[in-house]
Design a protein around this ligand. Structure first.
Ligand SMILES: O=C(C1CCC1)N1C[C@@H]2C[C@H]3C[C@@H](O)[C@@H](O)[C@]2(C1)O3
Length: 130
C-alpha cells in the first residue's frame, strides 16, 4: 500500500546516501567500479559474484533491496571478493586487503550509528509480507 512504498522510498534514500559517501572516500576508489575483466581475465573464474559501489547504486535504483540486510549482503561481497582475489603477501595485495577491511568496518559503523532499528523492523515486515 502507499505507506509501504513511502517506507521503501526512505530506505532507498538512506542506502543511496550511504553508498555515495563510501564512493567519495578516497580509500575506496578501487571499489567504485566493476573490476575490469579485460585487465583481469581470470577474475570471473575466481570470483563468482562480482560487486562494486556503482552496481550497488544501480541495484538501489532498480528497487532490488527491500531491507538493509539484503543491501548488506551485496555490500559485503565487495570486500569479501577483494580479500579472496588478493590473498598474497606482496604490498599491493596487503594494501587492497587493508582497504577491504576498512570498507567492512566503515559500512558496519554507518549502519550501527545511523539505521533506526524500528525502521529496519518495518522493512523486514514488508519483506515477510510479500
Ligand atoms: O580485486 C581487484 C580490485 C581491488 C579491489 C577490487 N582487482 C583485481 C586486480 C588485482 C589488483 C591489481 C590490478 O591488476 C587491478 O586490476 C586489480 C583489481 O587489483
Amino acid at each position: 500500500e502507499e505507506q509501504e512504498e513511502d517506507v521503501l522510498r526512505e530506505l532507498r534514500l538512506f542506502l543511496r546516501n550511504v553508498t555515495e559517501r563510501l564512493a567519495l572516500d578516497r580509500r575506496f576508489k578501487a571499489f567504485t567500479k566493476p573490476v575490469d575483466i579485460e585487465e583481469v581475465p581470470d577474475y570471473l573464474i575466481v570470483i563468482r559474484k562480482p560487486m562494486d559501489l556503482s552496481t550497488l547504486l544501480t541495484n538501489i535504483d532498480e528497487h532490488k533491496y527491500v531491507t538493509v540486510s539484503e543491501f548488506m549482503s551485496d555490500a559485503d561481497l565487495i570486500w569479501q571478493n577483494a580479500l579472496e582475489y588478493n590473498p598474497d603477501s606482496d604490498p599491493m595485495d596487503r594494501h587492497i586487503r587493508h582497504r577491504a577491511c576498512a570498507l567492512k568496518d566503515t559500512v558496519r559503523a554507518i549502519i550501527r550509528d545511523e539505521l533506526d532499528e524500528d525502521f529496519d523492523r518495518v522493512c523486514e515486515e514488508i519483506k515477510e509480507s510479500r
